[in-house]
Design a protein around this ligand. Structure first.
Ligand code: PPE
Length: 306
């Protein structure tokens, strides 16, 4: 259960958590066209809280909206300010932030015409997405029988509400089989991403991640590429196959919710020595240090909530 906060920002103002309701004819509820973001705010070493790469997330929200032709009735700056305002009003030191733009009631049918576009920002406390134990010791994953979206069927660079039915199907499939998370292959059979995470593998000290061709351009992925390069690791963005994943020395997922989660097993094959490897641990600790404001060099990624 999501623990209630005091307020939710909806259509320009803060309202009480319990009053943030929608009508059953909300267009997005029927047809899945809406866009959203997932952002995290962390308590920092100096007692303040900071939102990680807020501007980049808001920019991606607007990119998503542009791709699916949803004209958002706010500027990026207004959503930026509204996010900080919501966090302050809720007094949360750490929170997951969910901006959601959706199409409201008006006409039904597949042409939403002039139905109003609503925007909400919800903040709640959300711990380790794949469990504390997973964050520490790694998780067991399985390649799903569901492919990731074909690039001309769904818009893979957009964080569209309806895109996630694919993720949910994959997640249900593998969790029912006893695994923690699903990896999906693209329609050509190459590794793409997980249900809500990008993926890295490591072999002989070199990091490799899938190119952005058909995956969500993850902000965590982008941050980790920068952090890896700044720490003199080589990073390759290149397609790879599932067997290359099997023989990796290390593998890990990354995402705002999942942070940096080590993978210890794929399709019943142990990855490396079966526990988080040195580069995975290094990337994980670098990431947590950066988001918690311990590394001045990356302060430009933080927006302090004051
Ligand atoms: N791929 C997908 C499909 C995805 O949904 C996410 C984020 C990522 C990659 C990583 O993107 P980024 O967060 O910018 O590094 N998934 C969000 C949704 C999680 C949820 O269950 O809801 C998230 O991590 O917030």
């Amino acid at each position: 259960m999501v623990a209630k906060a005091k307020y939710i920002w909806m259509d320009g103002k803060l309202i009480n958590w319990d009053e943030a309701k929608v009508h059953i004819l909300t267009h997005t509820l029927h047809y899945g066209l809406g866009v959203f973001e997932g952002i995290r705010c962390y308590a920092c070493a100096d007692g303040r809280s900071a939102v990680f790469r807020l501007k980049d997330h808001i920019r991606r929200l607007f990119d998503s909206a542009k791709i699916v032709m949803m004209g958002l009735p706010y500027t990026q700056e207004e959503i930026y300010n509204a996010t900080l305002e919501t966090l302050k009003a809720n007094g949360q030191k750490e929170a997951y932030i969910r901006p959601l733009a959706f199409i409201g009631e008006g006409v039904m049918g597949l042409h939403p015409q002039d139905n109003p576009i609503h925007v909400a920002i919800v903040t709640w406390e959300w711990g380790a997405y794949l469990g504390e134990e997973g964050l520490k010791n790694g998780i067991r994953v399985k390649v799903s029988s569901f492919n990731r979206h074909y690039v001309n069927a769904m818009m893979t660079k957009a964080k569209v509400v309806g895109n996630y039915v694919n993720s949910i199907l994959a997640k249900l499939e593998v969790t029912k089989a006893g695994y923690d998370e699903a990896i999906m292959l693209d329609t050509e059979g190459y590794v793409s991403e997980a249900t809500g995470e990008n993926l890295f593998i490591v072999r002989d000290g070199v990091l490799k991640t899938t190119p952005l061709t058909s995956v969500l351009p993850g902000i965590t992925r982008d941050s980790l590429i920068t952090l890896a390069k700044d720490n003199n690791y080589a990073v390759i963005e290149e397609r790879f196959t599932r067997d290359e994943l099997y023989i990796a020395d290390e593998a890990f997922f990354c995402g705002t919710a999942a942070e940096v989660t080590p993978i210890r097993e794929v399709d019943d094959r142990q990855i490396g020595v079966g526990k988080p490897g040195p580069i995975t641990r290094k990337m994980q600790s670098l990431y947590f240090d950066v988001v918690r404001g311990k590394v001045e060099k990356y302060y430009h990624w933080l927006d302090f909530v004051e």
